[in-house]
Design a protein around this ligand. Sequence first.
Ligand SMILES: [Zn+2]
Length: 367
Amino acid sequence: MAITTTLFPGRYLQGVGAMKTVGKEALRFGDNALLIVDPYILKNVFSGVRPLVEKSVALHVEQFGGECSDEEIERLSEICKRNGCNVVIGMGGGKTLDTAKATAFSLRLPVVIVPTTASTDAPCSALAVIYTKEGQFKRYLPLPQNPNLVLVDTEVIANAPVRFLIAGMGDALSTYFEAESCHQKYAPNMSGNVGSFTAYALARLCFDTLMEYGPAAKIACETKVVTPALERIVEANTLLSGLGFESGGLAAAHALHNGLTVLEDTHEYYHGEKVAYGTLASLFLTDKPMHTIDRVYTFCEIVGLPTTLSGIGLSKVSDAELMKAAEAACAEGETIYNEPVPVSPEAAFNSLKAADAYGRQRKLMQH
Ligand SMILES: [Zn+2]
């Protein structure tokens, strides 16, 4: 029998006004905090709660430089040491949070993660994705522990651009399919052991939540109001998708995403938008039944996720370029080999093309 591992964040806190409690909550772990924060969030969101936070902990505020790179992590670690901080708080988007996790790890400090968008499944994970200074995928940095606390203020999410929430649904859309592939193949999750029943069940709940509440959550976010549907989708994008991918495992959708990032024209599109496209392609790669394929395309069309290559900036991509992405998706050690089907660069290329052709055909039929 295989050994299973399930990974959880230490605590998960979500709700309207949660950000007001970040100082009080961080004090569980340290009284002198380095806050790594997106410049926009610092100015427009954090300034309102800053006095309240500073009542609980000493705060050293540092703006995030824009890329989760080795250089940026080293810069922030130095600042942390110089100021004698004993807890790191990351506040902002996925790359800011990964940088906070990696910085905390380099100094063996506890970390509090405060996502200000629900755009990826990264917040809860014991993983940081390291990019080059230029924004190309470089490597995964596995961490020995998940964040001590993940704190999500739903009001902040509701006031963020809706494209973030949609991208988060794209990232969450991959979770069930990738976890299910790993389950079938006894492929390892992010811990190196196989996933638990808990993980596979949560991945399924993630998918069902998206299908049922995704469209209503999108409308709530467009209207900048918090509804129960929005709460559900924020939890699905952040907690369920995080537990699902990390404890369930990754497969083709994220490998295809990584492959697509070698094409420069995709760089202005969000992680979750490319993962959504990778998910659609993976449905063809893994020979899913047509009713499943149609259900996922319909969902993407309703919430506004890309269903064609032009939807991720590749309207003029040549076959030779697309083949480069397919080859990168099939690089040694990539999670595409967790699929229970034969995999090759040609098969990956064909699935990327098939997903595009089907997306375009459906668009034509709707007009
Ligand atoms: Zn992801």
